[in-house]
Design a protein around this ligand. Structure first.
Ligand SMILES: Nc1nc(=O)c2c([nH]1)NC[C@@H]1CN(c3ccc(C(=O)N[C@@H](CCC(=O)O)C(=O)O)cc3)CN21
Ligand SMILES: CC(C)C(=O)C(=O)O
Ligand SMILES: [Mg+2]
Length: 271
């Protein structure tokens, strides 16, 4: 068995994820929406599972994530929690569910009670109070910057972010402010690889990238993309891990090993 695929006997925790980031061991994360895949991913060594609002696209067949509800995320989180044993389970707060610290708290409590161990929210400086409010009340916060799909109509599409010097500086200011407010981790989506590296070095919290280059503390992909079952358009950062494999378990193990060995993402997956 590959040295990167130990039979994990203890649960992945936030302190463990910080330790991995500090030691340079890459964190392998995938989205997950049901119990069977949760069991498989956990057994294949995936460190973190995300019940993403991408379920709006891959499970519900929508064009954007905007129609996803807190109850949808809570339902899928309960399913994933039943199948998962040791991976660290995170859930997206959907569009419209965290407009104020109080509503964010009420909705985050529902997701934590469904089994999430951390919640992810998209946005910059305006979320400082919310990050502090949740963190003080026992809810770890995973901040999400760069291409934030809940902002699709403001961004004018799913486009790479942080390309100009000003935009890159703004992202850095936002990341540092969210860390200072108490964020536990940061997700970086579709930004130049050099900026992913710069932000990861500037922060003490672990970063997880999707189209943010190889120097983030870890990587995430949508499971339907990496298993090549999503019928929609594929972003540049997607790699088909089913290619050359004869089972889904092998594809997931290949993803974990490739992330840990730092051979994914390669330049063809980066901006
Ligand atoms: N199946 C799936 N995979 C995802 O990664 C994903 C979802 N759904 N739903 C929510 C968002 C939407 N995402 C997307 C969607 C499209 C691109 C995309 O096509 N990006 C272009 C960049 C174009 C440019 O800026 O020039 C690319 O070529 O990668 C990126 C992220 C990421 N998330
Ligand atoms: C793509 C990841 C980062 C996500 O937010 C989702 O799956 O919803
Ligand atoms: Mg999401």
């Amino acid at each position: 068995m590959n040295a990167y695929l130990p039979n994990r006997s203890t649960s992945v925790t936030l302190p463990r994820l910080r330790e991995m980031a500090n030691a340079g061991e890459k964190i392998a994360m995938l989205t997950c929406y049901d119990a069977s895949f949760a069991t498989l991913m956990d057994q294949c060594g995936v460190d973190m599972l995300l019940v993403g609002d991408s379920l709006g696209n891959v499970c519900q067949g929508r064009g954007t994530t905007l129609g996803v509800s807190v109850n949808d995320i809570a339902y899928h989180t309960e399913c994933v929690a039943r199948g998962n044993r040791t991976a660290f389970l995170t859930a997206d707060m959907p569009f419209g569910s965290y407009g104020t610290p109080r509503t964010a708290y009420e909705n985050a409590v529902k997701l934590m009670q469904a089994g999430a161990q951390m919640v992810k929210i998209e946005g910059g400086l305006w979320l400082r109070d919310t990050v502090q409010f949740l963190t003080e009340r026992g809810i770890p916060v995973f901040a999400h910057l760069g291409l934030t799909p809940q902002y699709v109509h403001q961004l004018g599409g799913f486009k790479v972010q942080g390309k100009t010097a000003e935009a890159a500086q703004r992202l850095k200011d936002e990341a540092l402010a969210l860390e200072a407010a108490g964020a536990s981790m940061l997700l970086l989506e579709a930004i130049p690889a050099a900026l992913g590296k710069e932000l990861t070095e500037a922060l003490s919290m672990p970063t997880i990238g999707i189209g943010a280059g190889p120097d983030c503390s870890g990587q995430v992909l949508v499971m339907h993309d990496m298993l090549d079952v999503f019928p929609g358009k594929k972003a540049r950062f997607v790699r088909n891990f089913m290619a050359g494999q004869s089972s889904i378990a092998d594809a997931i193990r290949s993803y974990v090993v490739t992330v840990k060995e730092k051979s994914f993402p390669s330049t063809e997956h980066c901006f």
